[in-house]
Design a protein around this ligand. Sequence first.
Ligand SMILES: NC(=O)c1ccc[n+]([C@@H]2O[C@H](COP(=O)([O-])OP(=O)(O)OC[C@H]3O[C@@H](n4cnc5c(N)ncnc54)[C@H](O)[C@@H]3O)[C@@H](O)[C@H]2O)c1
Length: 317
Amino acid sequence: MLNIFKKTPKNTNNKKNVVVVGGAGFIGSHLSLGLIKDGFNVHVIDNLVSGKKENIPKEAIFHLCDIRHLKDLRKTFKKIGSVECVFHLAAIPEIELSKENPFKTNETNVTGTEYVLGVSYEAKVKKVIFSSSCAVYGNQGNLPIKETAPLMPMNPYAFHKQIGELYCILYSQSCSLPTVSLRYFNVYGPNQPFKSAYSGAISIFLNQAKNKQPLTITGDGSQTRDFINVQDVVRANIAAMKSNLVGKGEVINIGSGKEYSINDIASIIGSEKKHVQERDEVKKSKADITKAKELLKWEPTITINDGLTELKKFNSL
Ligand SMILES: NC(=O)c1ccc[n+]([C@@H]2O[C@H](COP(=O)([O-])OP(=O)(O)OC[C@H]3O[C@@H](n4cnc5c(N)ncnc54)[C@H](O)[C@@H]3O)[C@@H](O)[C@H]2O)c1
């Protein structure tokens, strides 16, 4: 591969550089803040297609760049210089859009991911952490879901995540680029957009409660999800960067290890409810988090009750 990184720019302070690709988005902006607090020089790469500039912490260095454009990505990495870790969160995480326009979403979710890995390899990045998703599992009969479960992606988005994980393994095996894929379950927290495919129940319900509308429950509401607070996801990413036990393309579940029905969530938020047409979706979900405990020495710290109480306060409810 072309090496354009012969001369690396000097870092102006003694802090190590990390790059958060997709750092203007919901999880990426929380992660950027967590890394700043942990003493890193944070560079955010984002094209702002769904992320917002105001989400990016002011201490971070922002690079407006689209990961679908290899030349621009290379230039951006060259400008940054030596990098300790790349956190790759940029994606079009919209399941419906991925069904309507699989080519367009593939460009970011698959080609963009390959470019991030390729440029990280060229730049001699020490580790890449890829944000994957429990969507790769599809509908599983056996709960809790272990990483060894057969993958059954139900839509192009889920399939794109599976390919991203495989690219990570490929780069680790054939280029010795240390990588790890974190399979997030349903992440929730402040500033989550309520229109995204992942917003799922929690942010949609909070928005409805704020607007004094009934909470719309799809089907009978007995479908379950494993909800994980965004602060725990931030800690998992930082643990994955620091752990010497990962870097060979491992895939690791990041969830709470607990299962809540959509009816449970609506009851905790506590507002009028309305049942609407059921949709084609995963029926039950709960992560087995044994691997994260072993390899990352990580476990969730925020219960759903505490997390939702804080979110209600954040939303002035
Ligand atoms: N939120 C969840 O519950 C959840 C669950 C599982 C996996 N994930 C994954 O975690 C990651 C972050 O999710 P999120 O909820 O913060 O999503 P988000 O949409 O808020 O953030 C994605 C960011 O990527 C940026 N982006 C998109 N295309 C880009 C491109 N071509 N070039 C540069 N930047 C681009 C967007 O502008 C946005 O800032 C995604 O990869 C998503 O698939 C999220």
